[in-house]
Write a protein that binds this ligand. Structure first.
Ligand code: ZN
Length: 146
């Protein structure tokens, strides 16, 4: 089964992960999960997923892609990011916290993690009498001039 023979990645989701998330392992769901895992870009819009399915010769409509991605989001399998630069992008939820940088010229998404920023945010919340539960930080950037 091609499904099981794939490049080793940090995060391998299998049909049983769908079931654990309360979703039946239908073909479109399996294919879309596969695309999200195999893709070189970790952050994909519904259109990106749709195009990848098309070039893999899969017959899955754009409406189905949207529906499945929304189901995945509801089941906690993927996170959706609504970056200001354009439409939502989805990425597999790997439980590893990271923040994002979005290049406004190329739409490229860069991930980063900075412990100083993490700590600073905890301190700010604490100073206001709160405990930090979660945050999302997006830096909008453009390439530096040469
Ligand atoms: Zn990310």
């Amino acid at each position: 089964m091609a499904w099981l023979v794939r490049r080793a990645k940090l995060l391998i989701m299998e049909p049983k992960d769908l079931k654990k998330a309360g979703l039946k392992a239908t073909l479109p769901r399996l294919r879309i999960l596969e695309i999200l895992q195999e893709s070189d870009s970790k952050h994909m819009s519904a259109e990106d997923v749709y195009k990848a399915l098309l070039s893999a010769g899969e017959d899955v409509g754009l409406a189905t892609v949207y529906r499945v991605l929304t189901q995945f989001e509801g089941a906690g399998l993927v996170s959706r990011h609504n970056f200001d630069s354009g439409h939502s992008v989805f990425e597999l939820d790997d439980d590893e916290h990271h923040d994002h940088m979005v290049c406004l010229q190329t739409d490229k998404v860069i991930e980063f993690h900075n412990e100083e920023i993490e700590e600073l945010q905890r301190k700010i919340a604490d100073k206001h009498g709160y405990e930090l539960i979660d945050h999302s930080l997006v830096l909008y950037v453009k390439p530096k001039p040469d």
